[in-house]
Design a protein around this ligand. Structure first.
Ligand SMILES: [Zn+2]
Length: 197
């Protein structure tokens, strides 16, 4: 496994007092283009509500809580996974208050590991109607609905025998019990890089 320490090519964006995206930097453009999300790199996202881009309701509420805590004068820093089909990424996100009730988000890659591409995670893969939940914070996949069983994508593919299916299921974002518990605490803990295998 190749592990690279990435220079801190961070991604920064900000929302205005009404929670609309008001700025994003070159890092955001590069990240969106490199990760199958070129539509997110368009100037057209300026003025759009940040919340429009978060589909899962629990994740949405958590982010909204973080934003309101930050507006109350606290800053937040936490780790999250943002894997691509051929890499695992551990990010550190810092959220802080800016001028005029704006809120700034800064994401920095803490650790990056290359891996063999995982078809399940590629946006261009044709999908069946089946659904699989992915935790938006740790990127683990729910292996058995409602039982609190979540696994790293490679393990989940084995356990669920996804390689035997003609087409992989669709992915939907959610949050696992572990991440929900740690993110719901008043003080957002800073996680270690141990979650990354
Ligand atoms: Zn999780």
């Amino acid at each position: 496994m190749k592990t690279t320490q990435q220079p801190s090519n961070g991604v920064r964006y900000a929302i205005d007092a009404d929670d609309n995206i008001c700025s994003f930097d070159e890092g955001w453009v590069q990240f969106a283009s490199a990760n199958d999300g070129p539509e997110l790199a368009q100037p057209a996202i300026i003025g759009k509500s940040l919340w429009k881009y978060i589909n899962d309701e629990t994740t949405l509420k958590l982010y909204q809580q973080i934003v309101s805590r930050v507006r109350e004068g606290r800053s937040a820093r936490f780790s999250l996974r943002c894997d691509g089909p051929d890499c695992r990424r551990l990010l550190e996100m810092t959220v802080r208050a800016g001028e005029g009730n704006t809120v700034e988000f800064e994401t920095r890659i803490v650790q990056l590991e290359q891996r063999a591409p995982v078809t399940l995670l590629s946006r261009n893969t044709p999908r069946s109607n089946g659904l699989l939940r992915v935790c938006a914070w740790c990127n683990r996949i729910e292996t058995e609905s409602g039982t609190g069983q979540w696994a790293e994508v490679e393990d989940a593919i084995e356990r669920l025998r996804l390689f035997e299916l003609p087409m992989p299921p669709q992915l939907t974002h959610g949050i696992c019990e572990t991440c929900f518990a740690s993110m719901s605490k008043r003080q957002i803990p800073k996680r270690s890089a141990k979650g990354i295998k």
